[in-house]
Design a protein around this ligand. Structure first.
Ligand code: HEC
Length: 230
């Protein structure tokens, strides 16, 4: 029994000291058990391991350098990629520039009335959707005090100042495409649900009655004219 206890003790001390050896911090990445998984052999665009001796204990390279060295000494910071030319804007893989909401788009969007009348059911659905998608930043009452909003910062208070008078089409467009620090939600929330959120924001959060001329004919379920989907 005694022997078992002693070996258990010794075993745990050994295990603990082995684990302590993995500890990373500061410049020390800790012990790497499978270094070739972390250090790609291929060129990495931002690679900055400039020490030619790093990983030499593991190296099988023909040039005699350490396994982990894969910087380009001719480029700034030893990166393999070149820094983009000043004032250029990177395109994505499809060749598109990042979307920037233009003022004319918002001006046009502002003219689009909601295709849905604000029924009790619409507001109820809107509340659910708002809670799901907007609460985190804009807060339950819309005052920009959601928990994530405190981290993001600069969240619009939907009850404050000029925001109260935002046309519904404008809000719909902002949900769809995002604006400034707010990301686009068009790919996550179907168009109909976005309009429901708009009604919830206008009628419940901002406490506004539906403008008489903005209520479309009761039978209208037509999609708004300026490509609101997508
Ligand atoms: C990740 C945080 C975040 C989420 C989620 C979010 N917003 Fe925003 N929202 C912001 C921020 C930040 C701004 C301020 C944007 C700016 O002007 O830079 C903003 C601005 C707005 C504005 C004002 C636009 C204007 O014209 O200035 C409206 C309206 C709005 N949000 C509605 C919504 C609605 C509705 C939802 C839910 C579908 C939502 N937001 C979800 C962060 C968020």
């Amino acid at each position: 029994m005694k022997i078992t206890n002693a070996s258990l003790f010794a075993g745990s001390v050994l295990a603990l000291s082995l684990l302590a050896g993995c500890k990373a911090g500061g410049e020390n990445p800790g012990l790497e058990y499978a270094p070739q998984m972390y250090h790609a052999v291929g060129y990495e665009p931002l690679s900055q391991i400039k020490d030619e001796a790093q990983g030499s204990w593991l190296s099988t390279r023909e040039d005699g350098k350490g396994e982990f060295f894969n910087s380009n000494v001719n480029n700034p910071h030893g990166m393999n990629m070149r820094e983009p030319v000043a004032n250029t804007v990177p395109r994505n893989k499809q060749g598109y520039l990042p979307h920037r909401l233009q003022q004319f788009e918002l001006d046009k969007a502002a003219l689009i009335p909601s295709p849905f009348a604000a029924s009790e059911q619409v507001l109820k659905d809107g509340e659910k959707l708002y809670t799901q998608y907007c609460n985190t930043c804009h807060g339950k009452g819309g005052e920009g005090d959601g928990l994530a909003g405190q981290v993001v910062g600069g969240v619009a208070n939907l009850k404050g100042g000029a925001y109260v008078n935002l046309p519904e089409g404008h809000i719909f467009h902002v949900i769809t495409k995002g604006k400034g620090r707010m990301g686009a939600h068009g790919s996550q929330i179907p168009a109909e649900s976005r309009w429901k959120i708009v009604h919830y924001v206008k009628q419940v959060i901002q406490g506004q009655a539906v403008a008489a001329d903005s209520i479309p004919a009761a039978d209208s379920t037509a999609v708004a004219p300026v490509n609101p989907a997508k």
